[in-house]
Ligand binder design. Structure first.
Ligand SMILES: *Cc1c(COP(=O)(O)O)cnc(C)c1O
Length: 322
């Protein structure tokens, strides 16, 4: 756990000011098809159109913006299955900070290539055998770099919360907000914004059915650890929530739901066919559950968290279930 205090909504607002002119204010899209099928009103916050293709740029850029001069010189280290890696590499490039990224050897090729493309040095490891947190900590220590974890960091959480801040500014009050859940940076940050801007709005996390550690933790009242889950939602293959993220989730989140890989593929197909959008499997988590749970008349926000999926993988996934 970082020595910094668990963030509040004022930290999300500070992050929004740092991100202004750097992150895209992504569009909020509607779908008559979804609204007609559910009787609800859906508002999609399209972070698949964010810089580097996912919301993680928000947290990464906010965290690196808070570095002092010494930290900037020494550089940043990060571990990630993909999108956090790209986010740190891009934010570091923009801010002129050296970056070293630890990535699993089986991470999507596109994500590894993109991270290198942004100027990050990539170090590969075996995600089923090695403990990435231990490896990353050693790497950062050896090189004097500051380690920015993918979710359990106050500045990362505050940055991610700006996605829901923008959504609620655009939509006004919502009855429910569904957010993809891995380690909980996005969910906890968005919950802070929802509590402040739409106090009646119920916030739900959605994680892969194959790895429901968040749901188990939420119900048990303590952080439950699991083995790396095997799911197509590669951005949510986390083994446990963080100390900061869990503290906020316990307090501000209504419940945690799950979605199966088959439901994610179904949602990917829907977004491609009907809304002409490429959404990665993890990015479909929130909608996969929300379309099942929607009540007629509700105003429902859905975070589409990212769009980084190889086209080859995309067609393969859709073909299998077709
Ligand atoms: C990282 C990621 C998530 C999960 O975010 P957490 O903050 O770890 O809960 C969801 N969707 C995408 C596309 C991601 O990259």
């Amino acid at each position: 756990m970082s020595a910094l205090a668990t963030p509040g909504f004022e930290d999300v607002k500070a992050a929004a000011a740092r991100l202004a002119g750097q992150a895209h204010r992504t569009p909020v899209m509607r779908s008559r098809t979804v609204d007609a099928a559910t009787g609800a009103q859906f508002f999609f916050k399209c972070e698949n159109f964010q810089r580097m293709g996912a919301f993680k740029f928000r947290g990464g850029f906010n965290a690196l913006s808070c570095f002092d001069a010494g930290q900037r010189r020494a550089g940043v280290a990060a571990f990630s299955s993909g999108n956090h890696a790209q986010a740190i590499a891009l934010a570091a490039q923009i801010l002129g900070i050296p970056a070293t990224i630890l990535m699993p050897a089986d991470a999507p090729a596109m994500k590894v290539a993109a991270t290198r493309g942004y100027g990050g040095e990539v170090v590969l490891y075996d995600r089923y055998k090695e403990d990435r947190e231990v490896l990353a900590r050693r790497l950062a220590e050896e090189r004097g770099m500051t380690l920015i974890p993918p979710y359990d960091h106050p500045h990362v959480i505050a940055g991610q919360g700006t996605a829901a801040l923008e959504l609620l500014e655009d939509t006004g009050p919502l009855d429910a907000l569904f957010v993809p859940l891995g380690g909980g940076g996005l969910l906890s940050g968005c919950a802070l914004s929802a509590r402040a801007l739409a106090p009646q709005c119920k916030v739900y996390g959605v994680e892969p059915a194959a790895g429901n550690d968040g749901q188990q933790s939420f119900r048990a009242g303590r952080i439950v650890h699991i083995d790396t889950p095997r799911t197509i939602a590669d951005g949510a293959q986390t083994q446990h929530l963080g100390e900061h993220t869990f503290a906020i989730i316990r307090r501000e989140v209504e419940d945690i739901h799950t979605a199966t890989d088959a439901e994610l593929v179904d949602a990917m197909r829907f977004f491609a066919e009907r809304m002409k959008m490429l959404v990665e499997p993890t990015g479909c988590l929130a909608f996969a559950a929300a379309r099942r749970l929607a009540q007629p008349g509700q105003r429902i926000g859905v975070i589409l968290s990212g769009g980084n999926v190889d086209l080859q993988r995309f067609t393969q996934l859709l073909g299998q279930a077709g």
